[in-house]
Design a protein around this ligand. Structure first.
Ligand code: ADP
Ligand code: AMP
Length: 216
């Protein structure tokens, strides 16, 4: 299975991807997470990318395509993967097509999680992430058992700098102008699945699983 998970920032891509990779045994490829990890390791790539990320801007297509290409060439991505947060521009969507055709492969499904703007703002501002394992919480919708501490690994929870209101607004504008149009790119290929993301975590997941079952 080769899946893309799309949707505006804060739609629930990461939360749903976490469940999907466990259930379907997929290799999780999140470009945002790759940039954050690279930054934490003090690498040049991560430090350069973070300057864009903090402001809510996109990292260049060139750099992003390159890290995805290298990641897809690894053995664990050969059979099945889930791409979360990539592609985000038409240039990236075209590059991904090229990569897949070189691999003699194609997408099984493109899951598009649909959420209204006012809900997104509340979700993003309340998001907290584990510094250690990257697991995601929400102050109101998914609080950890102990405030500020990750249930999974005991790591420290923090608020991403790009989840502060000014970056969030910029990210939403960029989503509308650069990323949303590529949904049409996948329409007509018979792989696009639109999911109502304005439901509970479990209801969204139930709908995704049902749509995937219907595909096969
Ligand atoms: P994305 O990866 O699309 O940016 P996340 O999965 O990180 O989004 O979700 C953004 C925030 O919204 C997180 O704090 C998450 O806990 C919360 N969230 C995700 N899905 C739901 C949902 N269905 N109901 C309520 N809160 C949600
Ligand atoms: P995410 O974790 O998916 O919310 O991504 C966090 C940030 O990383 C984004 O706001 C961008 O700045 C950057 N980023 C992640 N994926 C991409 C991508 N495919 N293209 C460009 N920038 C990206």
């Amino acid at each position: 299975m080769k899946i893309l998970v799309m949707g505006p920032p804060g739609a629930g891509k990461g939360s749903q991807s976490q469940k999907l990779i466990e259930d379907y045994d997929l290799t999780h490829i999140s470009t945002g997470e790759m940039f954050r990890k690279s930054y934490e390791r003090g690498e040049k790539l991560g430090i350069e990318a973070m300057a864009y990320i903090h402001e809510g801007n996109l990292v260049s297509d060139e750099i992003t395509n390159e890290i995805v290409r290298n990641r897809l060439l690894k053995k664990d991505a050969e059979r099945c993967f889930l791409l979360d947060g990539y592609p985000r521009t038409e240039t990236q969507a075209e590059a991904l097509d090229e990569m897949l055709s070189e691999m003699n492969s194609k997408l099984t499904a493109v899951i598009n999680i649909v959420v209204d703007k006012d809900i997104i703002l509340e979700r993003m501002v309340g998001r907290r992430v584990c510094r250690n394992c990257g697991h995601t919480y929400h102050t109101k919708f998914k609080p950890p058992h102990k405030e500020g501490i990750c249930d999974k690994c005991g790591g420290e929870l923090y608020q991403r700098k790009d989840d502060q209101i000014d970056s969030v607004r910029n990210r939403l504008n960029i989503y509308e102008s650069k990323t949303k149009p590529i949904i049409d790119y996948y329409k007509g290929r018979g792989v696009l699945i639109n999911i109502n993301g304005m439901q509970s975590f479990d209801a969204v997941y139930r709908d995704i699983k049902k749509a995937l079952r219907d595909l096969t």
